[in-house]
Design a protein around this ligand. Sequence first.
Ligand code: ADP
Length: 295
Amino acid sequence: MKGVFATVFFTNSLPSSFKATEDEKGRPRGERPAIELQELSFAYGEQTILSRISFTVPKQSFMGIIGPNGSGKTTLLKCLDKTLTPTAGRILLDGKDLAKISLKELARKVGVVPQQWEVNFAFSAWEIVMMGRYPFLTPFARESREDWVKGRAAMEATNTWELANRPITELSGGERQRVMIAQALAQNPKLLLLDEPTSHLDVNHALELCELLRELKQSEGLTILAVFHDLNLAARYCDALVLLKEGQVYASGQPEKVLSTENLEVVFGVHVRIRQEAETGRPSILFLPRTKAEV
Ligand code: ADP
C-alpha cells in the first residue's frame, strides 16, 4: 500500500492462535493492539515532521520502523515515549490514550532503549539495571527484594548477569546495549521501544542482539517496536515493517511486501536485487551501485 495513510493490521505475522480469533477486520478478537497510532502528526514549529501516521502494532509482535535519514523514525519513537507531544492525532497504548497516561505509569508499561546514551560515571552494570526499577519505588524508599529479583531476572534474560559488577564504562558496545535492554526489562514492561539498537554493533553482535530480542518477545510476551537502519536485519527479524518517507507511511505490512525493489528505489533512491532466503523465507537485499549515467 503506497502513499496512503493506511491503518494495517498485521494479522499474517501473528501466531496461529491469534488468527483463529480474528474479527472481520482481521483484528484479534478480544485483544486490543499494543499500540494504535491514529492520524498522528508532529511539527517543530512550522516544520511538519510526521504527517497523519496510522498503524497498529499487535501484542507480542516485533515490528520495525525503517526509512531514510530524516524521515521521522526517531521523532515517531519520541512521540510514543512522550518525550514529544503530537500536534494532532492520537496514540493508544493497549486501548488507553497516551495523553492520559502519566510518565510514571508509562515507565511501568514501556521500556525505552535510546539510540545514544552517555554514561560518564563508572556505575556498575547492576546499578544501571536497577535504575530501571525507579518507577516502582516510593520517594526515599530503598529497593525491595522484589526489585532485586526483577533486576537479576532482567540480567539473566539478556545474558548480562556475569557483567553485574563491571563498570559500564568498561563494557563493549554489544555488552552495553544488552545492559540497557536489561534496564528496560527491569521495568517489567509490556512494550519495548528501541532506536537503532544495532547501529553501533558489528555484524556478529547485531545478529546476536536481534536473536535476543526475538527470544524476549517469546519468553517475556513482549511487544517490540524498533527503528532499524539495517534493512536486512529488519527483513529477517521483524514480523512487520513500517516504511517512512518524509514523515509519512509509504508502505506497511509484512517484510516481503514492504521491501520491494520499487519501494526501495523510490524511498531510498537505490537499486537493489531482492531474493527470498530459502532458510527463513524472508527477503534478502543486495544493494547495487548506480550506473555511470546516474552518478
Ligand atoms: P530519522 O530518525 O528518520 O533520521 P528524525 O526523526 O531524527 O529522523 O528527524 C526528522 C526530521 O526532524 C529531520 O528533518 C530533522 O532534521 C528534524 N529534527 C529533529 N530534531 C529536531 C529539532 N529538535 N528541531 C527541529 N528539527 C528537528
